[in-house]
Design a protein. Structure first.
Length: 253
């Protein structure tokens, strides 16, 4: 096997949550281009068709499942549908997430909990269900954020807490499931990418962060997707329990 072959996901089944747009959609398509069949999950099930069409255009099979990851029963249903359609799940990409920007003195308990329910608990429920049926050699990639590592000037207590906790969850699941199940668990911590989320920032916010972006630009979705493919593929076969920052240098400034 040549080194480039290690980056292939040939005939594997990859489940991507939050796949209706942005980084999730780009990751789903990248996995298809690497040879995987793909299960697409999102609350906005009506918006999955565009991603599904791109997966089919890459020559791979696709299944779309409306999923609210904050609900354990939805996560169970997603995995059950994947097994019924494809027989297994080899890779889970926990990408589903919501953002918040509320001053800590004004954030309500409901607002805080609603972010953790999706960003942290949702990743856990999906990982739990997949781990029950995954075979040795499978992989889970959690999409955290550099805001789980550093700060960036916005009041985002719930979001940053959820993303920091996801990094801790990654380490714990790696140490639980690596020896017993042969499942690798890693995380990526994206910086600032051109997505729906960044387009909603107030005018001038990203300009203020420019000095911390050592590469002088926002990230491209395919750059994060390529990192996730690496972690999911045999090329990342000796990597587990790690958080890989993909941020253009923001966290070292």
């Amino acid at each position: 096997m040549g080194v480039l072959d290690l980056f292939r996901l040939g005939n594997r089944v990859v489940c991507v949550t939050g796949a209706s747009s942005g980084l999730g959609a780009a990751t789903a398509v990248a996995c298809a281009e690497a040879g995987a069949d793909v299960v697409l999950a999102a609350r906005r099930a009506d918006r999955l068709e565009e991603t599904a069409a791109a997966v089919r255009a890459a020559g791979r099979r696709v299944l779309s499942v409306g999923t609210d990851v904050s609900r354990p029963d939805h996560c169970q249903r997603m995995v059950r549908a994947a097994v019924e359609q494809f027989g297994t799940v080899d890779v889970l990409v926990n990408n589903a997430g919501v953002a918040s920007a509320r001053p800590a003195t004004r954030e309500t308990a409901e607002e805080f909990r609603s972010v953790l329910e999706v960003n942290l608990e949702g990743a856990y429920w999906c990982a739990q269900e997949c781990a029950r049926i995954m075979q040795p050699g499978s992989s889970i990639v959690n999409v955290s954020s550099i805001l789980g590592i550093t700060t960036a000037g916005l009041p985002q207590a719930a979001y940053t807490a959820s993303k920091a906790a996801l990094i801790g969850l990654t380490r714990d699941l790696a140490q639980q499931w690596g020896p017993r199940k042969g499942i690798r668990v890693n995380a990526v911590a994206p910086g600032f990418f051109q997505t729906e989320m960044t387009s909603a920032y107030r005018d001038g916010y990203l300009d203020g962060l420019a000095p911390r972006m050592l590469l002088g630009r926002l990230g491209r979705a395919e750059e994060l997707a390529a990192t996730i493919v690496w972690l999911a593929s045999p090329a990342g076969g000796y990597v587990t329990g790690q958080t890989v920052t993909v941020d253009g240098g923001v966290t070292i400034t």
